[in-house]
Design a protein around this ligand. Sequence first.
Ligand SMILES: [Mg+2]
Length: 273
Amino acid sequence: MWRHSDLSITRAVRHRVKALDPERPPERFFEALRKADERLLALDYDGTLAPFTARREDAALYPGLAPLLAAILQQETRIAFVTGRPAEDLAARIPLKGVEIFGAHGQEHIAPSGRLTRAPLSTSSRLWLDASALRIAAAGFGHALERKYGTVAIHWRGARPDDRVQLEKLARDMAGELPADIQGLAFDGGYEFRVRGRDKGTAIADLIARHPQAIMAYLGDDMTDEDAFIALPCTGLGVLVRDKLRDTHAHLWLRPPKELHTFLRSWMTAVTS
Ligand SMILES: [Mg+2]
C-alpha cells in the first residue's frame, strides 16, 4: 500500500519525466527499489552527468550532483560508472570513493578496491588501432584523435565546419575497410573504432552476474548507451538523459540537469521511506 512519502515520489517522477514504456512505469520501479535488499545505480558520464564541452578534458559534473551521488552511495546503493572514457580518466573526475568504473566501453574495469583490469587485446587488433591512430594524425587531425585501450576515436565537437567535413570523410573511409575484429560506431560528437566483444551492454551483464538480486537503473544519453538499456534485467529501468527525445530502448526520458536531480532525489527518498 502507498504511503504519503511513496506518493510524493510517484508524483515527482510522473510529472517531471516522461515514461516511454507503459510496462515499466517509474513508480513501480521506485516501489521495487524501496523494498530491495540490494540496489545498483549505473551511470554514463559525458552528456548524462556532465554537460558536453568543446574540450573533452573540461567536462565536469553538473553542479549539485556530487553531493547527491555521495548521499545515495552512503545509503547503501552500489554505484557503477560505464563510460567511453579511459577508466582512470573517469576515476580522476568523480569525487566518490568505493564505486566501480567500466572504462573504454567495458574494455577496462576499476573495482571498488581501486584495482584496474583490462580485457585481453590481440596483437592484430592493437596493430590496427595503432596504424589507424597514425593515419588520423598523418592527415593533420592529431588534435581530434583519442587513443584509448581497445579504441581509437575521432572527435569533431567544436571543429570548424570544413574540418568536420574532412573528419567525417576520414571516418567513413576508415569504416569502409574494417577488419572483422573491429567495429565502427558513431557517437554524439564523433566516430569510434573499437575492438569487438566488449561494450556498455557487457558491462551491465557483468554487474547483473555479480548482483543478480539488485534492483538497478542505468542512465545514459548516447547511442552507445542503447547496449546498456537492452542488457538491463526485466526489473531494471533504462533512463535516457538528454534534451531531445530520440528512438531508444530506455523506459524513461528526462532532461538534464533539473529532471536528473529530481530522479536522484526520488531515488534517495525511495530508499529512506
Ligand atoms: Mg554519454
